[in-house]
Design a binder for this molecule. Structure first.
Ligand SMILES: NC(=O)c1ccc[n+]([C@@H]2O[C@H](COP(=O)([O-])OP(=O)(O)OC[C@H]3O[C@@H](n4cnc5c(N)ncnc54)[C@H](OP(=O)(O)O)[C@@H]3O)[C@@H](O)[C@H]2O)c1
Length: 258
């Protein structure tokens, strides 16, 4: 894919995987960053498997993208995740890429976090990407190759009052990603993390609880297409950590980085 390859070389990174011709599962494809990613990957020649709960949205997008497939999936139901992977294999015979994008915010101060809300966002933001990764691993191992991209958040690179519950889920996802990258590298499987900043999507209207901190609104939200470019960049280059920026930026994460 021309623009992703250009971005890879501009950032001094090698292109390690061709998106063209690949089969990519994208969770959270019914809106925002996931939908923008599905469109970009499809334009780059991938066959895209679209996963989320809203069937009407997925089917409308599938009608737009050639050789794509809509699979209604509630990622908090383990059986749905396995059915998603089985359907992708039954249709395309392989899975090259898993983008774990689906997620939800929990933006309240620590003393207001309802434990049920915290459990729910951990289920979607941490457990679901782990289970989805576990479900594709036997296939990727048999292929001798595969790429997993986990969509985290720049909130896990800073300490920001008011969003501790959400940032904790993304910090957990970062650690799982880093450990799995080391564990899976010898098997030809690459695991990357992408860090969007505030992005103009439905996310802010669909928080599990709370509202976006006023400080965050002082920055202009990124369009979801910018995060999609960073995800495509991570797939293409296999860089471990990619900050959503223009152009996408490989980073060494640490507190206070953004
Ligand atoms: N927007 C931001 O400012 C921002 C910043 C940093 C990181 N992020 C991260 O970026 C990712 C994408 O967020 P977004 O901004 O694109 O938000 P979004 O537009 O609200 O998209 C969230 C997606 O997750 C899906 N989803 C939610 N619950 C699900 C479930 N139980 N099963 C299956 N799918 C489910 C939604 O689809 P259905 O409702 O159809 O299921 C939707 O497609 C998230 O991981 C988020 O944490 C966002």
């Amino acid at each position: 894919m021309q623009d992703v390859q250009w971005e890879a070389s501009a950032a001094g990174s090698e292109t390690k995987m061709e998106i063209d011709g690949s089969v990519c599962i994208v969770t959270g494809a019914s809106s925002g960053i996931g939908a923008a990613t599905a469109r970009l990957l499809s334009r780059s020649g991938a066959r895209v498997v679209l996963a989320a709960r809203r069937t009407d949205r997925l089917e409308a997008l599938a009608a737009e993208l050639p050789a794509s497939l809509a699979v209604t999936t509630d990622l908090t139901i383990l059986g749905d995740i396995q059915r998603l992977v089985d359907t992708a294999i039954a249709t395309f015979g392989r899975i090259d890429v898993l983008v774990n994008d689906a997620g939800q915010g929990l933006h309240v101060p620590i003393d207001e976090i309802d434990p049920e809300d915290l459990r729910a966002v951990f289920e979607l933001n941490v457990v679901a990407p782990l289970v989805a990764s576990q479900a594709v691993l036997p296939i990727m191992r048999a292929q001798g190759a595969g790429t997993i991209v986990n969509v985290s958040s720049a909130t896990s690179l800073r300490v920001i009052p008011g969003i501790g519950g959400y940032a904790a889920t993304k910090s957990a996802l970062n650690m799982i990603s880093q450990v799995s990258r080391l564990e899976l590298e010898p098997q030809g499987i690459s695991v990357s993390v992408v860090y969007p900043s505030v992005t103009a999507t439905e996310f802010h209207d669909k928080l599990r609880a709370g509202h976006l901190a006023t400080v965050a609104w002082s920055i202009t939200p990124d369009p979801p297409e910018l995060a999609a470019r960073a995800i495509a960049f991570a797939i293409s280059t296999g860089e471990a950590h990619v900050l959503v920026a223009d152009p996408p930026r490989p980073i060494v994460p640490g507190p206070g980085l953004v």
